[in-house]
Design a protein around this ligand. Structure first.
Ligand code: SAM
Length: 285
């Protein structure tokens, strides 16, 4: 059993509700491109899909809309977020969604169950990402795929005018590491998949740009709640965030401001052991 990871929704932001809205904005920002890439990796309607670390259910909702004949099993460790997702999806998905309150490291789900698994913004927070990937490997069918969506602290955002993020980025890396997460996980995703036994590992980037989707889509992500929460927790001082806050005000006031963000999507396949195993993998009717 793994220890606690680095994400707790009720202490990640100053206000719990602000954190829920931040998660929602993060889903909306890049959903269309993520969906396109998921389909390119092989996600198809009718598949039995696992979503690990599903949070309040905004990404699950999008998956259920994209895949009207699929069922989605949403595994979430946090009992409050689990309940929130149950309530949020109740009228939207009926019995096509199956909620499991468990750790991704020990789901209790049966071997060889899912055609496709997605873990979005989860592995960054896990104390033992390879163990989690192995557990997903176990519950995927032969021929099934896992896509891990995460970023990397040194990619994350580019802006004009530039935001002064150097100090807070380093402090965030330290804070997440002290809670057993890894903010630089993006560069390690391929190795994690290979170590867990996946083959045909591939990596794509999803880029969102304000010149394409509008600057408004990015604004909720500039919520300073997570940074102010770090100040409250004594992980960073007020003087250390000052240059960031000044640059953020300048950024918000700039008429021609732009912002881009990068998610990485790594995909691995659970190899079929022999030709007869191919029959277990998903085939569209
Ligand atoms: C940053 S949120 C992302 C939520 C959602 N995937 C999304 O993209 O909006 C990370 C989620 O993973 C959950 N989580 C963290 N550790 C977990 C674990 N070991 N097993 C299952 N879920 C976990 C958190 O409670 C949280 O809901």
């Amino acid at each position: 059993m793994q220890g606690k990871g680095s994400y707790q929704a009720n202490t990640y932001n100053l206000e719990f509700e602000a954190e829920i809205q931040r998660l929602k904005a993060q889903v909306l920002l890049s959903w269309e491109k993520e969906a396109r890439t998921l389909k390119w990796f092989g996600l198809a309607d009718g598949m039995n899909v696992l979503e690990a670390g599903s949070g309040p259910g905004f990404f699950s909702e999008k998956l259920l809309e994209l895949l009207p004949n699929s069922s989605v099993t949403a595994v979430e460790i946090d009992p409050v977020l689990h309940e929130k997702a149950v309530g949020y999806l109740e009228d939207k998905a009926g019995d096509r969604v199956n909620h499991v309150q468990a750790s991704v490291a020990d789901t209790g789900l049966d071997d060889n169950t899912f055609d496709f698994a997605i873990a979005r913004l989860l592995f960054v927070h896990l104390p033992d990402p390879v163990a989690a990937a192995r557990e997903i490997f176990r519950i995927l069918k032969p021929g099934g795929k896992l896509v891990i969506v995460d970023s990397d602290a040194d990619l994350f955002w580019l802006t004009n005018p530039p935001l002064s993020v150097e100090i807070i980025r380093e402090k965030f890396k330290e804070a997440i590491a002290s809670r057993n997460g890894n903010l630089s996980i993006g560069r390690n995703l391929c190795r994690i998949l290979k170590e867990a036994g996946f083959v045909n590992v591939d990596l794509e980037a999803v880029v969102s740009h304000s010149d394409i989707i509008g600057i408004e889509a990015f604004e909720p992500l500039l919520d300073s709640g997570p940074i102010l929460q770090m100040v409250k927790q004594g992980l960073i001082t007020e003087s250390e965030i000052e240059s960031y806050l000044v640059s953020r005000d300048e950024f918000v006031a700039a008429g021609d401001r732009l912002m881009m963000s990068f998610w990485l999507m790594a995909c691995g396949e659970k190899k079929s052991t022999d030709i007869s195993d191919n029959s277990q993998a998903f085939s569209q009717q």
